[in-house]
Design a protein around this ligand. Structure first.
Ligand code: ADP
Ligand code: MG
Length: 262
């Protein structure tokens, strides 16, 4: 199983959209995908038609066992989605009680990694949508992953959030065997705006080595897909954003071709 996290310590940059779009394209290609919603806001859970305010069972339960994960529990929590090959490990609002806790104190840092190990046989790929705060949930997302995708909105001040994310990553890497590879993905790009052009320039100057060379354009079809509860590629496989996400997926898969240790 390949495990990717999508994270940025800033909201509204396209994390959930990127998670769903990549999961959809992988599933379209025949992969069995599990998407994990670690954001207490539950946007990805809502995307797939579930209500994070009223869900009785969620990823929260995985954290209720002193850091060990009972055999079979992750599988019991899975929900079907609008895509036949995508299963959802849903978030719920109670996750917020965990969000700000430090993982060091309670031994909860590897709960998601252990949970995914139990799903190894059933899925080819896992995609983790992460919360914008640095706490036990973010640490779990990064600890469980073999690759990190950092969406960055091409907007003023976006680079601040990226700097914070990269320093968080440096901290996490100290407790990993191998540094977590990451790819910066410029999102919500609008070539008519000065802010988008400037941000792209700043990213190219400061983050060349980890920057995906293209970008995800602003595309209202993504919002329409989200309203319909369908992954973008099933909603409109020829939209500009889907074409861009397809290129991104290809880039990420090629990158991952070098063996990585989980
Ligand atoms: P995050 O998960 O980082 O908070 P989202 O993926 O929820 O961000 O995106 C924030 C909002 O922007 C959502 O309403 C989403 O539909 C919209 N959005 C994301 N990417 C695009 C895009 N490329 N074009 C147009 N709208 C987008
Ligand atoms: Mg989100």
């Amino acid at each position: 199983m390949r495990v990717w996290a999508v994270a940025n310590q800033k909201g509204g940059v396209g994390k959930t959209t990127t998670s769903v779009a990549l999961a959809g394209l992988l599933a379209d290609a025949g992969k069995r995908v599990v998407v994990v919603d670690l954001d207490p806001h539950g946007s990805m859970t809502s995307y797939f038609g579930q209500d994070p305010d009223s869900l009785e069972h969620s990823v929260f339960e995985l954290f209720q066992h002193q850091g060990s994960v009972p055999e079979g529990l992750p599988r019991q929590l899975l929900l079907p989605t609008s895509h036949e090959r995508i299963s959802l490990l849903p978030s719920s609002t109670v996750l917020a009680t965990l969000e700000r806790q430090s993982p060091g104190q309670n031994g909860l840092g590897l709960v998601v990694a252990k949970s995914l190990t139990q799903l190894w046989q059933d899925y080819d790929h896992a995609i983790i949508d992460s919360p914008p705060l640095l706490g036990v949930l973010m640490v779990n997302a990064l600890a469980a992953s073999q690759q990190l995708v950092i969406p960055v909105q091409t907007e003023f001040l976006a680079v601040k959030g990226l700097e914070r994310m990269v320093s968080t990553l440096a901290m996490i890497n100290r407790s990993r065997k191998q540094a977590l590879p990451y790819t910066i993905v410029p999102t919500l790009f609008d070539r008519r705006t000065q802010a988008s052009m400037n941000t792209l320039k700043v990213l190219r100057q400061g983050y060349e080595a980890n920057l995906w060379q293209a970008f995800i354009p602003v595309d209202t079809r993504l919002r329409d897909a989200s309203r319909a509860g369908l992954v973008p590629s099933q909603f409109d496989s020829g939209s500009r954003a889907v074409i861009a996400y397809r290129a991104l997926l290809k880039h990420l898969l090629a990158y991952q071709a070098t063996p990585q240790v989980a």
